[in-house]
Ligand binder design. Structure first.
Ligand SMILES: Cc1ncc(COP(=O)(O)O)c(C=O)c1O
Length: 410
């Protein structure tokens, strides 16, 4: 008999990034180009495989709401893992309604549906809107140029960035792209088959592009006038990041449904949509579902995140810390002609540079600060909501020094 190949995993603690690079090259599809090998985290800090320490001002792209290894998440996960990790949605789950209740009370007052990621949450929004409009033959959704809604086919089609569409034709039809902050451009796209408008209250991947609150209010009115659903993609902006539970709340509007993910599980994959009471019974048995969606382990993490946000008043704190972060960055901006603008809300902040700034991201990383370059020329900051004023001060100092170094060869 032929000897079976030994498939024991390779050692999981390779000593050098080069070893990992080789393993990635051999076994992983090259969709990502990682920089560091992060192996440990605590609070606002992460450590790489060589023991270097970094302050994390990215939080796994707005995911690590409570930073790393937060005791409330650890204890919830340990407790739940010892009880039951997964059951499927064929059975009642004690925690799912508890998470849904908090989300509902903090947003639209209606019901929730759970899934595992941002793209899936937006898929659910799209399906909800299409089902709602199907009786009248309406299915088209207006989104915005520069938006990002996910990588599945429908959410990619919803994403208003043509470069991301390339090679994936035919994409699901029924999406058109208006200009952000331009109501007339939305109005001219409304037709007899339009069913909804979907918008990020701040474009994240698009470069922390703020939406004018007046535009959002007028958009709400326009949607109501034409019986269109207003769908807010709160995947990146939600769960307290901008200093309100959800970013649409800054404008005082009420959308018809929202999507959340990223920060909800504090690092454990979970996504959800929440609708107004009127829209809460559109998705009926057999119309939508997910094997893992809202499983007990993920819900335990989400509940720990939500309860800690409430208990520690972290949403209010995000507003306060965000204001301080922006103020300090604006003060710093005066020294650097390469900084064009500081923009953001709460702890979602962009430093707009006058040219592509990927090298600046690398420089900041070498100086011990994790951030990300987005939309070519924007350094995006999405620190965990537990960030302190002292840490903000330190981060701005690193950014200040980093920009100075970067300017020397630009
Ligand atoms: C606004 C927004 N929507 C959707 C997504 C997609 O989320 P996921 O990567 O979890 O599918 C993202 C991810 O960056 C996002 O920022």
């Amino acid at each position: 008999m032929e000897e079976q190949e030994n498939i024991t995993p390779e050692p999981t603690t390779p000593q050098a990034v080069e070893t990992l690079q080789a393993l990635y090259a051999e076994y992983l599809m090259p969709t990502y180009t990682p920089s560091l090998a992060l192996v440990r985290g605590k609070g606002m800090h992460v450590w790489d495989i060589n023991g270097h320490k970094y302050m994390d001002f990215l939080g796994g792209i707005a995911v690590s709401t409570l930073g790393h290894a937060h005791p409330s998440i650890l204890s919830a996960l340990r407790k739940q893992a010892g009880k039951i990790i997964h059951t499927s949605n064929l059975y009642y789950n004690e925690l799912m309604p508890q998470v849904a209740r908090v989300l509902s009370l903090r947003s639209l007052g209606g019901k929730a549906f759970f899934c595992n990621s941002g793209a899936e949450a937006n898929e659910a929004l799209i399906k909800l809107a299409r089902l709602w409009g199907s009786g009248q033959g309406r299915h088209e959704i207006i989104t915005f140029r520069g938006s990002f809604h996910g990588r599945t086919l429908a959410t990619l089609s919803a994403t208003g960035q043509e470069k991301l569409h390339q090679g994936f034709a035919p994409l699901p039809e029924g999406f058109s792209y208006a200009e952000l902050n331009d109501l007339a451009s939305v109005e001219e796209r409304i037709g007899p088959r339009t069913v909804a408008v979907m918008i990020e209250p701040i474009q994240g991947e698009g470069g922390v592009r703020l939406v004018d609150p007046d535009f959002l209010r007028n958009l709400r009115e326009l949607c109501s006038k034409h019986r269109l659903l207003l769908l807010c993609d709160e995947i990146q902006t939600g769960i307290g990041r901008t200093g309100e539970w959800f970013a649409y709340q800054h404008a005082g509007i009420v959308p018809d449904a929202i999507s959340v993910a990223k920060g909800l599980g504090g690092g454990v994959p979970i996504g959800a949509i929440v609708a107004t009471p009127e829209l809460s019974t559109i998705l009926q048995p057999g119309t939508h579902g997910s094997t893992f969606g809202g499983n007990p382990l993920a819900c335990a993490a989400a509940l720990a995140v939500l309860e800690t946000l409430e208990k520690k008043n972290l949403v209010e704190q995000a507003k306060k810390q965000g204001t301080m972060l922006v103020k300090r960055l604006e003060r710093m901006q005066k020294k650097h002609p390469t900084v064009e603008e500081i923009r953001g809300l709460g702890l979602m902040v962009g430093i707009v540079m006058n040219q592509p700034c990927k090298e600046l991201e690398t420089l900041l990383m070498r100086n011990g600060l994790i951030t990300v370059a987005t939309a070519q020329n924007v350094i995006r900051l999405l620190p965990p909501l537990i960030v302190t004023q002292a840490q903000i001060k330190k981060a701005v100092k690193i950014i200040d020094q980093g920009i100075r170094q970067w300017q020397e060869y630009h």
